[in-house]
Design a protein around this ligand. Structure first.
Ligand SMILES: O=C(O)CCC(=O)C(=O)O
Ligand SMILES: [Fe+2]
Length: 202
């Protein structure tokens, strides 16, 4: 398995805005299997907890459902766990301990998007928080236009880094990193998004 630093430099990995990619993390058949699991569920508009619904659609317009760890997904959680722990040991060294359920995310209406955000939970009350985030591209990149995943490289400027669109790729980044999904222009894009939690930063 090859893990590639998005910056592709000899510099140390920038854990704040960099991201890591494992191409062909999942086969096309695996992607299809997950697509079927998700599409069999009730897929509803995604929410940003602290906003009213008008503001909501400015920030985020997509549909989601949740995939929990069970007999049908155990293989996937195991695979993710192995890779995440390798990546964490090598690049982040965060204190991490558990996965959240996986978010099956669908952009199927022109204009669906997710504006710049970090994945950290606001108003933290739990005794652990999101440390690592990941995205798996479940759709063949030729089946949709737009809907690019981009990372903000510098909070002061507009410079962004496009993440791979290749189907089956796993993209891993710090939950502190600003990222977005640009508006869908055509077709349907499905992603699988997840978070790994650990003791709060301090
Ligand atoms: O759909 C994606 O690729 C990313 C979605 C996202 O950033 C999120 O749900 O936090
Ligand atoms: Fe996100």
């Amino acid at each position: 398995m090859t893990i590639t630093n998005s910056e592709n430099t000899r510099q140390p990995f920038n854990f704040l805005h960099g991201h890591l990619v494992t191409k062909n993390f999942l086969s096309v058949q695996d992607c299809e299997k997950i697509r079927e699991l998700g599409l069999a569920k009730d897929i509803k508009p995604g929410l940003v907890n602290h906003l009213d619904s008008a503001k909501e659609s400015e920030v985020r317009k997509n549909k989601i459902c949740w995939l929990y760890e069970d007999d049908t997904t155990e293989w996937l959680f195991d695979k993710l766990q192995n890779t995440a722990s390798l990546v964490n040991d090598r690049f982040f060294n965060f204190n991490i301990n558990c996965f959240e359920p996986l978010q099956f995310t669908m952009y199927d209406t022109s204009g669906d998007h997710y504006g710049f955000h970090t994945d950290l939970d606001c108003n933290l009350v739990e005794d652990d928080q999101r440390k690592l985030s990941f995205i798996i591209q479940l759709t063949d990149e030729n089946e949709y236009k737009g809907c690019d995943v981009e990372f903000l490289l510098d909070p002061r400027g507009p410079k962004t880094k496009l993440a791979t669109r290749q189907q089956g790729s796993l993209i891993i980044f710090s939950s502190l990193a600003y990222h977005r999904v640009t508006p869908l222009l055509e077709g349907t894009r499905i992603s699988l998004v997840g978070w790994i939690r650990g003791r709060p930063f301090r």
